[in-house]
Ligand binder design. Structure first.
Ligand SMILES: [Zn+2]
Length: 418
C-alpha cells in the first residue's frame, strides 16, 4: 500500500503550529488521480476512533477537502487552506496550510490533523494517510484574548529540542526561542534579515511556529501587552517617548534656522494651498525626517540633507532600509498620509538602532521580530496566517507581525495634525 510522507525537513513526531505550510507526497508515484482531505480531531481518543471502521471514519463531521475532482474530472484545490499541486496535474504531491483556528483552543490536550489521499467519494481505512500532531500552543486563552503565561522551567539547548516543545506560554519563552534561532540565523538585524527566508524555506515547521507566535503574541492588542506584567510598562513607555518626540519636533522645530515658522505651521500652510509644488513638498518632508532623526540621534543617510524620493505606484508610500528613508513622490499630494508613513518608517529605524535583547521583555521580543521579519514575498509559507481587523478587512502575516504592529501603532497617533 502507498503511504504518505513529508520531506525530512518536517519532523512528524514534533508538534506543528496551526497555519503551518506543509508539503506531502505519496511514496509510490503512479498516475492515478487522487483527492486529498483531512479530519480534525480535538483529542487523542477521537483520533483513535477514526480508525475503528469505515463507517466511523465516514461519519466524522470535521472533514475538509484539500484537493477534489469534480464531475467533469476537473481538479479543485481548496483556497481556504491554500492547497496546491506541487507539480502540475500530479495529485501525488500537494502543499497546503494547516487550519489556523482550533476548536476547544483552551481545553484540548492533543489536537490532530489526519490527512488522507483517496480515490472514492470519501476516504476509507484502505487509503494512505498521515497523522499530523497540531498541538503546538502559544500563550494562554482564546485567539481573540491571548495572555502571557508562565515561563518554562528549563530551556531547550538547540532548535531541534525547541521544535519538540508543545507550549510556549510566555513572551519570555518566545524571546529565548528566538535567541536560540539567532545563533543559527545571525545575531545582527542585517544578517538575520538576509538569512531568514532561506532558513524558513528549509525549516517550514519552525517558520510556522514563528508566525504563530506573532499571530498569538500580537503587539496590536492592548490587553495582550497589559498581560505581560513583568515588562513593567517598559515597552509602552518607550513607545510613548518615541511618539512624543516626533510630535514635539513637528510642533516646535522651525522650518529653517532663521525662520520662526514651525514644521507644523508649514504643513498647515501647504494643506490650505491648492497647487502642488513638488519641490516645496519634498523639502518639507526632508526637513521633517531629518529633524526627527536628529532629535532621536539616528544616523540617517541623506544627500545634502535630502532624503530619497522615488516614483512608485499609488499603493507605495515609503520604506526604511539600512539607514535610508525613501518616499514615493507620486503620493506627496496626500501630505498627512506621507507624514504618517514617515513616523512609521523612522520607527523601524529607531527600533533597529536602540532595541536589543537585554532590555525589557517586549523590547527584546520586538528586537527579534524586527530581525526575523516576514516580507510580502514570503507568500506561500505564511499564507496560512491572517486576522480580521475591526472593519472585517483581512490582514496578512506581514501586517500581523510585531514589527509592523508596533510601527502601525505609533503612526496612528498622527491625528493631532488635524
Ligand atoms: Zn513597516
Amino acid at each position: 500500500m502507498n503511504s504518505i510522507s513529508s520531506k525530512e525537513i518536517y519532523d512528524l513526531k514534533a508538534p506543528f503550529a496551526p497555519g503551518t505550510y506543509v508539503e506531502l507526497f505519496l511514496e509510490n508515484n503512479d498516475d492515478i488521480q487522487r483527492k486529498w482531505g483531512f479530519f480534525e480531531c480535538d483529542s487523542q481518543a477521537k483520533m483513535q476512533l477514526l480508525f475503528v471502521s469505515d463507517d466511523y471514519l465516514q461519519s466524522f463531521d470535521s472533514f475538509s477537502t484539500l484537493v477534489d475532482i469534480d464531475e467533469d474530472g476537473e481538479l479543485e484545490c481548496n483556497d481556504d487552506y491554500n492547497a496546491t499541486l506541487i507539480e502540475q496535474e500530479n495529485t501525488n504531491k500537494i502543499g497546503f496550510s494547516l487550519p489556523l483556528y482550533r476548536t476547544k483552543e483552551t481545553k484540548f490536550e492533543k489536537y490532530y490533523i489526519v490527512v488522507f489521499a483517496y480515490e472514492g467519494e470519501m476516504p476509507t481505512l484502505q487509503d494512505p494517510y498521515v497523522i499530523i500532531d497540531m498541538s503546538f500552543r502559544v500563550g494562554i486563552g482564546e485567539d481573540d484574548n491571548v495572555a502571557n503565561g508562565v515561563n518554562l522551567a528549563n530551556y531547550p539547548k538547540n532548535i531541534q529540542e525547541w521544535n519538540q516543545i508543545s507550549h510556549i506560554q510566555s513572551v519570555w519563552d518566545a524571546v529565548k526561542f528566538f535567541e536560540c534561532l539567532s545563533k543559527k540565523i545571525g545575531d545582527t538585524f542585517t544578517i538575520m534579515r538576509e538569512n531568514f527566508f532561506s532558513f524558513c524555506k528549509n525549516n517550514p515547521q519552525i517558520a510556522g511556529k514563528i508566525a504563530y507566535i506573532y499571530y498569538r503574541f500580537d503587539l496590536g492588542s492592548q490587553s495582550f501587552i497589559d498581560s505581560v506584567e513583568n515588562d513593567f510598562k517598559d515597552y509602552q513607555r518607550d513607545r510613548d517617548f518615541y511618539f512624543q518626540t516626533c510630535k514635539d519636533v513637528l510642533l516646535n522645530c522651525p522650518i529653517e534656522k532663521n525662520n520662526p515658522k514651525t514644521l507644523k505651521e508649514k504643513y498647515d500652510e501647504l494643506m490650505q494651498g491648492k497647487k502642488l509644488d513638488i519641490a516645496i513638498y519634498k523639502n518639507l518632508i526632508s526637513k521633517i525626517v531629518t529633524a526627527i532623526c536628529e532629535k532621536l540621534d539616528l544616523n540617517l543617510i541623506t544627500k545634502n540633507g535630502e532624503i530619497d524620493f522615488f516614483q512608485g505606484d499609488e499603493e507605495e508610500w515609503g520604506e526604511y532600509y539600512k539607514r535610508r528613508i525613501r518616499v514615493n513622490e507620486n503620493n506627496l499630494h496626500d501630505l498627512k498620509e506621507i507624514i504618517k508613513t514617515m513616523i512609521h518608517e523612522i520607527r523601524h529605524f529607531y527600533v533597529e538602532t536602540y532595541y536589543y535583547p537585554g532590555q525589557g521583555i517586549l523590547r527584546g521580543y520586538l528586537f527579534y521580530a524586527h530581525g526575523f521579519s516576514i516580507s510580502d514575498d514570503y507568500k506561500i509559507l505564511f499564507d496560512g496566517f491572517y486576522k480580521f481587523d475591526d472593519k472585517e478587512r483581512q490582514e496578512n502575516a506581514y501586517e500581523i507581525q510585531p514589527n509592523e504592529r508596533d510601527a502601525r501603532f505609533v503612526e496612528k497617533m498622527i491625528d493631532f495634525l488635524g
